[in-house]
Design a protein around this ligand. Sequence first.
Ligand SMILES: Cc1ncc(COP(=O)(O)O)c(C=O)c1O
Length: 403
Amino acid sequence: MRPTYFSAEQYLKQRRPIDPVRCFRSSAIERAVSWFQSHFSGQLIYAVKANMTPDVIQLIAQNGVRNFDVASLTEVDLIYHGVQGANLFYMNPVKSRAHIRSAYYDYGVRCFSIDHVDELEKILTVTEQAKDLTIFVRLHCDDSGSVLPLGKKYGAEGLQAIELLQLVRQKAERLGVTFHVGSQAMHAERYGEAIRYAGDLVRRAGVMAELLNVGGGFPIFYKEGDPADLSSYMLNIEQSLEALPMVQGGEVFAEPGRALVAEAESLIVRVDARRDNELFINDGGYGVLYDAANCDWVFPVRLIAHDTSGHDKKRSVTSELTGFQLWGPTCDAADHMKGPFFLPANVQEGDYLEIHKTGAYGGVMASGFNGFGCYEEIFLEDDVMASNFVPATESNNIIKFIS
Ligand SMILES: Cc1ncc(COP(=O)(O)O)c(C=O)c1O
């Protein structure tokens, strides 16, 4: 059981951790899940790839999510053993025959996604022409404006998609359609456009679908100028649903990863050196801060404990803020987070920072490169900085932390 503290400040009054610290917040998971439950009329599928920490999975399940998008047999196994009665959606469009076989026969998975006739053939052969399959056809869609587009890799389009829809209609018990508008999708309209495109293909194929899965991609507010209003995304989806021909009683799903777990974690790091306006910290792009290095994301950050072990015992932290670049602990020059991260101008070695909203794709991307990648893990009870799910106030305002 991980220890619980009220806040990172309180924790640092008792400890001076050597390794970076992953701080989990159960309240953030509860709030994100309940926001989706009350703003989205369909069912939620949690995309496990975003954060597969068992405690996070448990909290998501305890808050009422029964459906899980899994991309590998390891994720299948994690959810199968971790969440009783979970519905598994194996939504990676390309899977090995061995994994399909094990998913179907050992774990009872019946729901798969495909974007090519070869994958359908693979699933039918491995399952000996099973009659109880739910197959989602993954369609290509416009993912422009998303920070992490996925369309180059996956998605059937045009005539090929139409033929695939017809074939799946004949072979599978239930036909679904799905797409992914790209992760951290900055334009709400992409969802409506994708639903209309799917509707057009389904109509031209002369079939009806039982299921629509609008995928993930829902963005999180990381910095000023980011889209914050998830309600407009929901509205766009709801207003477009009629464009897709579905059987009576058809089901609609959304498959968020990032938006459900980004706020579930923050990260405590220590400053190990300062060179002008560059700080060397003890985690980075090969760790939880993968997106800060690889996508230039400026996570909200604040200084939470300042070092007073030097000659200036009375040292205080200035209210004047300066923009800093960050370097991670590995020897690779790519381990660089250009920011700027705004922090008190006199930040120095020995100070600790709390970097917020690191719960999506941070922990899962962290590697042991250069011998790093060890974390302490704690739970915190205070609120996350600049939440997507509460209106901005003086104490919860991202602008305040970056200006
Ligand atoms: C099939 C599928 N569903 C859902 C997701 C989750 O996307 P996001 O974290 O942007 O919500 C992904 C992310 O890559 C995905 O590939």
